[in-house]
Design a protein around this ligand. Structure first.
Ligand SMILES: Cc1cc2nc3c(=O)[nH]c(=O)nc-3n(C[C@H](O)[C@H](O)[C@H](O)COP(=O)(O)O)c2cc1C
Length: 187
């Protein structure tokens, strides 16, 4: 049973966070706990891109990004997986540099030091060398860069279906059983 932290930051792609949280609701039988922490800009971008504040409606444990008393600010709480979705280049850079100045970056620091699973759904384009080096640094430290790059071979028809091609890869990386599209089964 997974104990999962979902951090939402202010990159474009609030839809990825929404769809991942929706999936975690559906897959709750496989999960012990979901904790959510959002940056200030994540809330702004969610409101701007999705036109609502519905992140407040999820029945998960929400934490302020200033709350260093949150359980997953310590390795002893044994959260095993953290996803930053979408992950801004700012948050990527702070994680790569070990700047644990809020709950998101502290939690990522903890996950890496405990050798657990950190998945960054990084979003920006094009990328500069600093961003690419930060992705390499996080990868070398054991993190997984899972860029918000959709695929089209499942022939998605709606924005949600396009975004789900990214979210399904995240669900697979977390290790949750799900019945998403599988290329091999279409042969
Ligand atoms: C509508 C909107 C879209 C943005 N898209 C991106 C993006 O795709 N990638 C990115 O790195 N930053 C993006 N930003 C900028 C970040 O929100 C900004 O760098 C912020 O400081 C990130 O802080 P956070 O990681 O604490 O949320 C966007 C900002 C806005 C308002």
């Amino acid at each position: 049973m997974r104990k999962i932290v979902v951090a939402v930051t202010g990159a474009s792609g609030a839809i990825y966070a929404k769809l991942l949280l929706d999936q975690l609701v559906k897959l709750q039988a496989q999960i012990a706990k979901v904790a959510v922490v959002m940056s200030d800009n994540a809330k702004e971008v969610w409101r701007y891109e999705l036109g609502n504040d519905e992140y407040q409606n999820y029945n998960f444990d929400f934490y302020s990004k200033k709350d260093f008393m949150a359980p997953f600010a310590s390795g002893s709480a044994r959260y095993d997986t953290m996803i930053v979705v979408p992950c801004s280049m700012g948050t990527l850079g702070r994680i790569a540099s070990g700047i644990s100045d809020d709950l998101i970056t502290r939690a990522a620091d903890v996950i890496l030091k405990e050798r657990r699973k950190l998945i960054l759904v990084a979003r920006d384009t094009p990328l500069n060398l600093i961003q690419i080096r930060n992705m390499a640094t996080v990868t070398e430290a054991g993190g997984i860069i899972c860029p918000a790059v959709p695929s089209f071979y499942s022939r998605p028809q709606t924005i949600e279906e396009v975004a789900m091609t990214v979210v399904n890869r995240v669900i697979d990386l977390i290790g949750l059983e799900n019945d998403s599209y599988r290329w091999i089964e279409e042969q």
